[in-house]
Design a protein around this ligand. Structure first.
Ligand SMILES: [Fe+2]
Length: 208
C-alpha cells in the first residue's frame, strides 16, 4: 500500500535553500500564509525527463473539494530543483518502486509553515487522492514541526489506516489509484516558526 525509499548519497544534493525562495500560494482560503509553492510538469520518455514551459494546474472538483475546478498558476521550479527531481524519479524506477515506463510527471515544491498564532495545513482538502497513477512525497526538511503525520488508507477499506511521520531524506510512494491520503495539521514544537519542506511528484503512465 505504501512504500518508503530512504535516500542516501543523493539527498546531500537536495536544493535545501530553494525553499526559501518559494512564492506565496495565492489560492488559499485563509489570511495567514501557511503555504508557499512552485510547480512544474514534464514527461519521461526513453529514460529522459523533459520539462515543459506550462505551469498551470487544474484538479477536478470531485478530487479536490477545496480548490477543484480552479485553474491555478504557480512559479516553475528552479533548475537545481528540476535536476534533483530527475535524479529522484530515476531512483524510483531503478529501485522498482514504480515500474519502468514512460510517464507524465508533475512536481509541486511546497513549504508549509506554522507560527504561534496559526497552524499549517498540509492537506486542507482532507482525505483525498491526487488523481494520478502514483505519487511520491519527499520530505526535504522539518524544522520545529509538531504534527504533520501522513495518514494513508485504501479507498475501499477506511478502517485500515497507516500512520507515518515522513522524515527528511525519505520518499513515500503511493499507488494513487488504490489509496487516499491526508496529512494532519502542524504547529510549532517550541514557540516560534515551524516549517515542513516537501516535493510531491505526480506520476502517470503515458496513455496511447
Ligand atoms: Fe495530496
Amino acid at each position: 500500500m505504501v512504500d518508503i525509499l530512504e535516500l542516501q548519497e543523493e539527498f546531500k544534493f537536495a536544493p535545501f535553500n530553494s525553499f526559501n525562495q518559494l512564492k506565496e500560494d495565492n489560492y488559499l482560503k485563509s489570511k495567514s500564509v501557511f503555504r508557499r509553492r512552485a510547480y512544474s510538469i514534464g514527461s519521461i520518455t526513453n529514460s529522459r525527463l523533459n520539462w515543459k514551459e506550462d505551469t498551470t494546474f487544474l484538479q477536478s472538483e470531485e478530487l479536490n473539494r477545496y480548490m477543484g475546478g480552479v485553474i491555478r498558476h504557480f512559479e516553475p521550479l528552479l533548475m537545481e530543483s528540476k535536476n534533483y527531481i530527475e535524479s529522484i524519479v530515476h531512483r524510483l524506477i531503478k529501485s522498482a518502486k514504480i515500474p519502468q515506463d514512460d510517464y507524465e510527471i508533475g512536481c509541486h515544491q511546497i513549504r508549509i509553515s506554522a507560527e504561534n498564532d496559526f497552524n499549517g495545513y498540509p492537506a486542507p482538502e482532507g482525505f483525498h487522492r491526487d488523481g494520478f497513477d502514483y505519487i511520491a512525497i519527499h520530505c526535504v526538511s522539518l524544522n520545529n514541526v509538531n504534527g504533520a503525520i501522513s495518514l494513508v488508507r485504501p479507498i475501499d477499506d477506511e478502517d485500515h489506516l497507516l500512520e507515518h511521520v515522513l522524515m527528511p531524506g525519505q520518499v513515500m510512494v503511493l499507488d494513487d489509484r488504490e489509496v487516499e491520503h491526508y496529512v494532519t495539521p502542524m504547529t510549532p514544537k517550541l514557540p516560534g516558526a515551524a516549517h515542513r519542506d516537501i516535493f510531491v511528484i505526480t506520476i502517470s503512465h503515458i496513455k496511447e
